[in-house]
Write a protein that binds this ligand. Sequence first.
Ligand SMILES: *Cc1c(COP(=O)(O)O)cnc(C)c1O
Length: 422
Amino acid sequence: MSEKSFPLTKEQLEELGRAYPSPFYIYDEKAIRANARRLLSAFSWNTGFREYFAVKATPNPYMMKLLASEGFGADCSSGPELRLSALVGLEGEQVIFTSNDTPAYEYKQADALGAILNLDDITHIPFVEEALGRLPETICFRYNPGALREGNAIIGHPEEAKYGFTREQILEGYTIARDKGVKRFGLHTMVASNELDASYFIETARMLFELALEIHEKVGIKISFINLGGGIGIPYRPEENAVDLDAVGQGIQMVYDELLQGTPLDSVALALECGRMVTGPYGYLVSKVRHVKHTYKHYIGLDACMANLMRPGMYGAYHHITVPGKEQVVYDQICDVTGSLCENNDKFAIDRALPPLEVGDWVVIHDAGAHGHSMGFNYNGKLRCAELLLRENGEVVQIRRAETEDDLFATLDFAGLDGFQV
Ligand SMILES: *Cc1c(COP(=O)(O)O)cnc(C)c1O
């Protein structure tokens, strides 16, 4: 069971709502920091362990600065994410660039920052060499185990996934890099997303440790760091349990001791690039009931829509919903909770039991702190909402303002319209 709590009372929300019109996101700094420390502590046995926060989960520089102060680096996959990292002072090996289908200028940008380049394909070795005029001293490759591993629903089966080198390619890739004078090597994989089973990560570590040993044997190079990717899940449903991070850390330590102790790899540093489990449970999309509608079903229309949180519409993902001030009321009204897009999949919940709701009631959508605001879009002319941070001292600061119509139209040249002859 995972308890779905919200850090503010209805009265506090009312007050906040006067300064910041709904909808808005709010993140809980205290909970995020405590969770960040739990993650680092689970791997404190490994010298050199690093968590690179997957920037795409919550690409907000305030969040990144907060996480950097806990010792997190950044996992980037685009130029703008690299730029945000640089802005908050993350550089060098604090940044890993795990991208795919990458343009040359982004490899250059990552290299200029001193980031570790994590290549997605064997053809990217000459591509990077051409882009930079050399290969970097340190390089990492993303491994795709294909049918050797089962994936899961979000990322799919590895052999159907677009990412990474095959098994044959990865051995060849390290050989090429070795021959071209690369000095330090990393090995990476990411085979699951939103996975709640601790043993999955332990098995992934085993797979990579075995591969690193094989690479040492066949290519004669020593892997310096092994990045297990992101993908640690969160209990979106109240009946699910959070991943026991200590169990993951200890399980991986056991496999490490079993396979690597006494081998040339026994000082290999481990890394993760988790996003979802870092901020996901501690971010909330806060909205208000705009309309209540009874037709063939009962509909609760919110002032937020799928443009604010795409996951339910895109993946059919479950997000728990609570109603501040009605915690003690029985959740027995079956309804669909909708947004205002002209798309029938713009629903935050389908056939969900909620308390009786009225226009103006606050509604909190839980576990929206990762892959939430960042997946937002502007279809139907919808504007993305503000992001707020609840500081540890109870103060609330705005870390991103809401979009305006002018933001939406900023790329249109209205002046040119006058001279546009039709
Ligand atoms: C999205 C992504 C992550 C983060 O995944 P989470 O599920 O948020 O932990 C990490 N690494 C790569 C390469 C990704 O694409």
